[in-house]
Design a protein around this ligand. Structure first.
Ligand code: NAD
Ligand code: TYD
Length: 354
């Protein structure tokens, strides 16, 4: 049975990946997560209780702990998602982004290299270090054009600069030491269990509570939205079939302005969760000061992963957003625990630092 380390498995995308892997593989998963504000074991749902899932509460910056995990579990590969992930937080406090995204990735690469060097030739060849990254490393597009694997790096926020640095480290470890690495750069994800600081869950939560919907600047910035389960399927595929040393861009070809996204959500909520006295949710839209250095447009050309690995998103934006709204309306306990901070008490009761 394959043993795979997943870092950041208690986060939004990592938990979606673990739910998928428990359902659709026979791998044994070692989930390594520090449980920052963004980590929530409740997001793993039933997958978290499966005997093939082991949770280890650690910081990826802790080299000794990483070495001990490699010695204990002897993994066949690693899918590295642990990161600080929110642009606005990176603007207000970049330090944690440098620490986890840059120093943490470096620490993990070195721990991996030490372990990988000790393997026999067949195991070294089969091993994979898959680094999960973002399209934001490519900077910002004008009105036309798409990012692809040959686009030059041009990160412009502390978040994207820290992710770009980590991508470069991973490629350097491949080029210099021969570590069999894979890098994926994906566009904006949305779906169940996303922390409500990101655009879509924030807007759903505020709209349902009758609170203002804060739109940065003119609301004309464009993002290319991908349903999180489509990303998880792409990650599994790249990890299993991707060519070592290669990069794969992942995106849904769902370009929308922020205003289009928010109007879609308001229309859906008018139907699914009508406001009192027929109040329309769009009336909550509030234009606020723009994000400093706000990237104008992201869009991905995903031809390579489609051509080489046969990946296609299963959800359109219309189907994915409908599922997402339903999930947030039906899972108010998850959201209210996150908003109240109660999910952290649950973690403290159940896990202690090892
Ligand atoms: P998230 O913020 O929801 O989850 C991050 C997880 O990493 C959390 O569980 C957190 O506890 C954990 N973590 C943070 N610092 C850690 C540390 N030092 N040691 C161990 N664990 C730590 O993020 P997400 O949205 O699930 O993103 C996962 C990955 O995918 C990130 O690398 C991100 O850059 C990348 N990505 C995200 C998107 C997106 O739209 N969310 C798009 C493309 C790529
Ligand atoms: P976000 O979900 O933070 O993702 P990213 O910045 O990584 O793309 O934001 C998506 C878009 O929504 C981005 O253009 C910023 C904008 N936005 C708002 O207009 N209001 C908000 O309250 C938030 C959180 C984001």
């Amino acid at each position: 049975m394959k043993v795979v380390f997943i870092t950041g498995g208690a986060g939004f995308i990592g938990s979606a990946l673990i739910r998928l892997l428990i359902a659709e593989s026979d791998w044994r998963i070692v989930n390594i997560d520090k449980l920052t504000y963004a980590g929530n074991l409740a997001s793993l749902a039933a997958a978290g209780r499966d005997p093939r899932h082991v949770f280890r509460h650690h910081d990826i910056c802790d080299r000794q702990a990483m070495d001990a995990l490699f010695a204990e579990y002897r993994p066949d590969g690693i899918i590295h998602l642990a990161a600080e992930s929110h642009v606005d937080r990176s603007i207000h406090g970049p330090g944690d982004f440098i620490q986890t995204n840059v120093v943490g990735t470096y620490t993990l690469l070195e721990a991996t290299r030490t372990y990988w060097s000790s393997l026999d030739t067949a195991a070294r060849t089969a091993f994979r270090f898959h680094h999960v990254s973002t399209d934001e490393v490519f900077g910002s597009l004008g009105p036309s054009g798409l990012f692809d694997e040959s686009t030059a790096y041009d990160p412009r926020s502390p978040y994207s600069a820290s992710k770009a640095a980590s991508d470069h480290l991973v490629r350097a470890w491949q080029h210099t030491y021969g570590l069999p690495t894979l890098v994926t750069n994906c566009s904006n994800n949305y779906g169940p269990y996303q922390f409500p600081e990101k655009l879509i869950p924030l807007m759903i939560g505020n709209a349902v509570a009758g609170k203002p919907l804060p739109i940065y600047g003119k609301g004309d910035n464009v993002r290319d939205w991908l349903y999180v389960d489509d990303h998880a399927r792409a990650l599994k595929l790249v990890f299993e079939k991707g060519r070592p040393g290669e990069t794969y861009c992942i995106g849904g070809r769902n370009e929308m302005t922020n205003l289009q996204v928010i109007d879609t959500l308001c229309d859906l909520l008018d139907r699914r969760h009508p406001g009192s006295e027929g109040r329309r949710h769009a009336g909550l839209k509030t234009f606020v000061a723009d994000r400093p250095g706000h990237d104008q447009r992201y869009a991905i050309n995903a031809d390579k992963i489609r051509r080489e690995l046969g990946w296609m998103p299963l959800e359109t934006f219309a189907s994915g957003i409908e599922k997402t709204v339903s999930w947030y309306l039906e899972n108010t306990e998850w959201t209210s625990h996150v908003q109240s901070g109660a999910y952290r008490q649950w973690i403290d009761r159940n896990y202690t630092q090892r």
